[in-house]
Ligand binder design. Structure first.
Ligand code: KIV
Length: 275
């Protein structure tokens, strides 16, 4: 089966809900490649894997190294890579240079960048030069310092037009889909009904064309998970329990057992005995 493309994802609007998850490493990509449609190598990896306070310190080099392993370990999912803060805002040329580098070095299916109307020219520049782009509007984690925190958008109806215009700008720029993050539910539903490209919700609306979660959040591997995260398991507890059992086995000299150790070759034992 061939890997899904950004065009395949675009074509799913109105047909079936689009299942997206983040993946930053080969083991996670391998485990979840079969279950959904799109793997996002999100810059959230800065907070989840590196314990950074926010996503701002993440570099293009980090995104490339993680994305290479995700592409290599997956076969079916469309793999999209976040352009990190500072790699695309300055000029359309810088955005193209970094997007092209990410695509050449990782073999991913496209890039994601944050911003609506302010990023229209950049999205248009990239898409008209063969870079598939996924937009990201509403709560934009790369703007956390400017916003003074992670604030849900569109709670007042008089704010709505700005976000609708952002969504339309992303679509007009040629993006194949757009992430709606941290948005009042009715606003996300309204944007989904207006756009021709699929919306992918996170803390948005069940009416979005697809949903995305940070995989480590829904597996219970992160200690702070926002309200919109549904935890499907508690891997943190499983890991602690398994590590404690291992520690106990080592202390009691139960591990390694004979099934985990290597016998000597009989001939060698005999020769050794003759020495
Ligand atoms: O960085 C990320 O993981 C994201 C998703 C949460 C949409 O942008």
């Amino acid at each position: 089966m061939r890997r899904k493309s950004s065009a395949d994802i675009k074509g799913l609007k109105g047909k079936m809900p689009i299942v997206c998850l983040t993946a930053y490493t080969a083991p996670i990509a391998r485990a979840i490649d079969d279950v959904g449609d799109l793997l996002l190598v999100g810059d959230s990896l800065g907070m989840v894997l590196y314990d950074y306070e926010n996503t701002l310190p993440v570099t293009v080099d980090q995104m490339i190294e993680h994305s290479k392993s995700v592409v290599k370990a997956s076969k079916k999912s469309c793999v999209i890579v976040d352009l990190p803060f500072g790699s695309y805002e300055e000029s359309v040329d810088k955005a193209f240079m970094n997007a092209a580098r990410v695509m050449k070095e990782t073999n991913c299916n496209g890039v994601k960048l944050e911003g609506g109307q302010s990023m229209f020219n950049t999205i248009k520049y990239l898409t008209s030069r063969s870079v598939p782009v996924m937009g990201h509007i509403g709560l934009q984690p790369q703007s956390v310092l400017l916003d003074g925190g992670y604030k849900v958008k569109g709670k007042n109806k008089f704010d709505w037009q700005k976000y609708i215009d952002d969504a339309l700008a992303v679509e007009e720029g040629g993006a194949f889909s757009v992430v709606l993050e941290g948005m009042a539910e009715p606003l996300a539903a309204e944007i989904t009904s207006i756009l021709k490209i699929p919306t992918i919700g996170i803390g948005a609306s069940p009416k979005c064309d697809g949903q995305i979660l940070v995989t480590e959040d829904m597996l219970g591997l992160t200690n702070v998970a926002p309200k919109f995260v549904k935890k499907y398991t508690n891997l943190d507890k499983l890991i602690k329990n398994s590590a404690s059992q291992y520690a106990q086995d080592v202390r009691n000299r139960v591990f390694p057992g004979s099934e985990h150790t290597y016998e000597m070759n009989a001939q060698i034992i005999k020769n050794k005995g003759n020495d």
